[in-house]
Every structure is written in structure tokens, then in C-alpha cells.
Write a new protein. Sequence first.
Length: 331
Amino acid sequence: MKKILVVFILLIVGAFIFWQFSNNETSKSPVGSRQVDSADTTGTATGSVKPAIRSERTVMVRGVERSYIMYTPRTISTSTPYDVIFAYHPALAQGSFMEENAPFYTTPGLESFVTVYPNGISRTFNAGECCGGALNRQVDDLAFFTAMLADIQKVVPIKDKVYLTGFSNGSLMTYRLICEFPNKIAAAVPFAAAQSMVDCTNGVVPVMHLNGREDELSLYGATDKEYPHFSNANVLVPPPVALSEIASRNGCSATRVPDEYIASLDATCEQYSGCPAAFDVLMCVIPDLGHAWPGSSDASGTTKLGGMGPYRPELDGTAAIAAFFLEHPVR
């Protein structure tokens, strides 16, 4: 019963996110079966970043047509493998939500990166225990991931490992991919949801989890009292629980110590001590932020709406994630 309640809550949150996003979106439509290659005109390039090439692509996965949005550098060398970032959307949104809120394709330092925004089935991903239509239909989102990798390589050569991030249901999908395919992941930054990392494939992955301190759906506390919505629900776990499991796999201790202050998040992160070089594990709790992407805005300002807010439009979660990825080059 608790599991059903959790999934219902996440879907309600996703519905609010989608309603909010679709009211603001006027230039993009959901990806269908068509493939379009064009220069993106929605994002505005920052600094010296040249506009990337936006395309909408489809792949067949177990008889089901799946779609994703991809940005590639304007000039591609066939002799050089490229880095790839996957950004998974929250429940009941689409890839276009992350495309707008996490524009890695215009972020300085990522000029040579490929960025991928997958679309879920019924606007959800099957992260193993959550969520919605994708879970109910037992959609194979692991096979979708590997199919996208193969399809991307038809367009541009890519490196053996990729970068992951995701929001809410997309964060759970990020954790599932870390669990199932650690040797394909260069680094990951999940935001606003975590799930158990036991019984995973052996492998080490540097991880930085982001969470709003005021998030009433993904609480950062590690006790049942602090985590009333999802304790013992077998869907979500408090982020420190998942991170402790990852830290142990990475060879870190169970102790978290203060790390650097990240201005773009207005947060001082905590790092698990004793991690081997390049396999660090961090927990970043962002003050005065709810279940909302750091940097996104809303007409309600800082008013809480069903656990969604408060919002912090002055932050830049995308820049913080990009910096973490750049600190962990594919080895």
C-alpha cells in the first residue's frame, strides 16, 4: 500500500511539473517518429559557445518506438570520440523539460559534448520500482539506454563511458543505470530522489547527489522520522543511504566531511572521506530549495505548492553539474 501511495505522489508531482512546463512552452512539441536536424534556436549560447545541432531521433526497443532529443557539436571529427551527457526528465514531463531547464548544449566547457534528453513512455521511466505507466507496462528502459548509445554512434563517435543526470523519476533512473551499468558511467549527478544501491553490478562511479533542503518529497534526512513519506516503502530511500552504499563500493569510508562551497548552488557539500582519487561521492543539500530544478523559476515565487517549492531561479544547477563532469574525465 505504501508503494502505491509513493508512486501516486510522484505522479501528482510530475503532473504539476508538466502542467507548469507546458504552459510556458510554445516552440517545442513532443517528439514523434520524425527525425529533424536543425540548429537549435531556443537556447541562447553563453559566452563563446557555438550553437549546437539539435536533432530528434527514434530507436526501436523490443518492438516499441522510443525517442530522444540530441545536441551535437556543430563541427564533428570522425576521428575523435566525444563525451555524452544523458539528462532524464521527471515523471509526466518530457525530454523537452530538461532541454529547457538543463541546457548543457550552451554551457561553457561543454562545447565538444553531446547532450541527450530521453523521452519516457507515458512520460515516465521504469527505474525498477517506479514510476507510472513505464513501470506498469514493464518498459525496458535499460535496453532503451543501450539502444540510444548504439544510435548515437551512427552520428558521432563517442567514448566508452557517459555522464548521467536526472530529476525526480529521472534521478531514480540515474541510480538504476549506476547500479546496472557502472562500467559505462563516467560520473553521475542525480537530483531529488534516490533508491537502494544494493545487489548492483560491481563497479565504481563518482557521484554527486543534489537535494533541496525544503524538498518534501525527497527528504535528505536518513531516519524514518525525517523521511515520513517513503520510509520502508521499497521505492525511495533517503539519499544518504544510497550514497553510503555507493561510497562503500567506491572504497570510501562511511564518514561525511564538509567539502567546498559551490556558489552556483549556494551550498557547501559534504564528501565521503577516504575515497580513491577520481571516485569521490558527495551530498549537496541546497538551502531554501524544494522539489524544483536549481535555477528554474515559477510564478508562485517561493510559495510552496504541494511540496514543489520553494524555487531558486538565481541558482545554476546545470553549471554545477557540468563542473562535476569536467572534473571527472573519461579514463
